[in-house]
Design a protein around this ligand. Structure first.
Ligand SMILES: [Zn+2]
Length: 457
């Protein structure tokens, strides 16, 4: 049992002063005292707020972040970017992946993410089109354990190349499983994560274009029995071409079709869900599913704007993720989400509620709660029974020093707050101390060596 004292902390009912969190050996909060004093030798934090769960990452893509910003001379789209990304996916070895993910997860935590859902479909290595081994997954586990981030692993079913079960292109071969082989992989991974307190398992379907309707139904049913209440994630309605192809093949839009053909509920996370019309927004919000938004990647790839005002009106749940990892900060994701809507709507303060009249407070709290749900992780609020996944903010930072309790999260999200996150705790363990990770030099040196070789080759 350990304790953490804070001068101020954001509890579910709002900020309270002079707080002590009691934390057990599994990293869960077992008690919260308010209006108390620090005990002798107790760690003292300044301002504690819930950490953020990153709902969507493809770790390997961190290695090309910023390196796809030159034109090929024609029309550059999501699909031309995808070809470059596939080149990388086919070169990365398990050792490379551990090095890249280690750097990335350290960056996540320094920026305010305390956990991540890794949407993992690069199961095999180049030349291996029968990826029945767990090597790539175990490499990511190594990075999660080395850095100390809370981790939800989502092995992803990827079967075909497009609607109508079109044959995979050569570069997709290392992603592929039959449904039977996929179940074998998940069962093997399940035995590996049992002894890991900060690693849990869900599953992913790559997209409606990469999974047949039959397999989606079979695997959803299997997961409902074999791993109930675990997260199920799917990329959906990210691109307009995907919507057109889905309409042509299924006679329905992607989100519309999914809601009619899969047991979508609060365990599901709909990644992107960019292109939805009113009835899909209403249906998806009332299903309880979380939408997993990555405004930085959606902007980078020219996907389109998420229908934020209508989603909030429908009381839909949301989380944020880093996806292609061009951005590793939840603050930037939330800011871009709100600003995209402001630019589109030509008005201010889109994301508020009667309980949270501040946009930063609303967005941070909603994304922390929704994100934790999407990871199947008891977190997202500082409350008894939840993991002690918390951020220690520096109240003397120039962005925060004039903020009263109502404005702490508003200034964190919308002010020039770089450096305001001083300490990061995952399951009560301090993984970032005064802005640094204990293994920072070693992790970064390994990353530099890896990407220099990878990008040249
Ligand atoms: Zn993605």
């Amino acid at each position: 049992m350990t304790a953490l004292f804070a001068k101020k902390a954001l509890l579910p009912q709002g900020f309270e002063d002079n707080i002590r969190l009691d934390i057990d050996a599994t990293g869960h909060i077992t008690g919260i005292e308010t209006a108390t004093k620090p005990g002798p030798g107790e760690r003292i934090a300044d301002v504690l707020v819930p950490g953020m769960s990153n709902v969507h990452s493809h770790a390997f893509q961190r290695a090309i972040a910023g390196l796809t910003e030159y034109t090929s001379g024609g029309s550059d789209t999501f699909w031309t970017w995808r070809s470059l990304m596939y080149e990388l996916a086919n070169k990365v070895s398990p050792d490379d992946l551990a090095a890249i993910a280690g750097q990335l997860y350290m960056e996540f935590m320094k920026s305010g993410y305390t956990s991540v859902a890794e949407f993992h479909y690069t199961h095999g290595m180049a030349g291996n089109n029968a990826p029945l081994n767990m090597e790539m997954s175990l490499a990511i586990f190594e990075a999660a354990k080395q850095t100390g981030i809370g981790f939800t692993h989502l092995p992803v079913l990827y079967e075909v190349s497009g609607f109508g079960a079109t044959d995979p292109v050569l570069q997709q071969r290392t992603f592929l499983h039959t449904p039977e082989a996929f179940v074998d992989l998940v069962e093997m991974l399940e035995t590996r994560v049992k002894s890991e307190p900060e690693i849990s398992l869900g599953i992913g379907f790559h997209s409606l274009r990469a999974v047949t309707s039959q397999s989606l139904a079979e695997i959803s049913t299997w997961a409902g029995h074999a791993m109930p209440d675990r997260p199920i994630h799917i990329h959906i309605a990210e691109q307009e071409l995907e919507v057109r192809d889905c309409l042509e093949f299924y006679g329905a839009r992607p989100v519309e079709w999914l809601l009619n053909n899969a047991p979508v509920n609060e365990n599901w996370c709909l990644i992107h869900a960019t292109h939805m019309i009113a009835k899909e927004i209403k249906g998806a919000a009332s299903s309880g599913a979380v939408v997993g938004l990555s405004p930085s990647t959606e902007a980078n790839l020219g996907d389109g704007f998420f229908e934020l005002p209508a989603w909030l009106e429908a009381k839909g749940a949301l989380g944020v993720g880093s996806d292609s990892n061009v951005c590793t900060s939840p603050i930037e994701e939330l800011r871009l989400l709100e600003y995209g809507s402001r630019l589109r709507e030509r008005r201010r303060l889109i994301s508020t509620s009667p309980e949270h009249r501040g946009t930063g407070a609303f967005l941070w709290s909603a994304a922390a709660r929704g994100g934790a749900r999407a990871l199947g992780r008891k977190a997202g609020t500082i409350a008894v029974g939840n993991k002690a996944d918390v951020l220690g903010l520096d109240s003397t930072h120039p962005a925060l020093c004039s903020a009263d309790s109502d404005n702490i999260l508003n200034t964190l999200v919308f002010g020039p707050s770089q450096g305001a996150i001083r300490d990061v705790y995952v399951g009560g363990l301090r993984v970032i101390e005064d802005g640094r990770h204990a293994c920072e030099e070693q992790i970064s040196a390994r990353y530099r060596k890896t990407v220099k070789t990878l990008i040249k080759s």
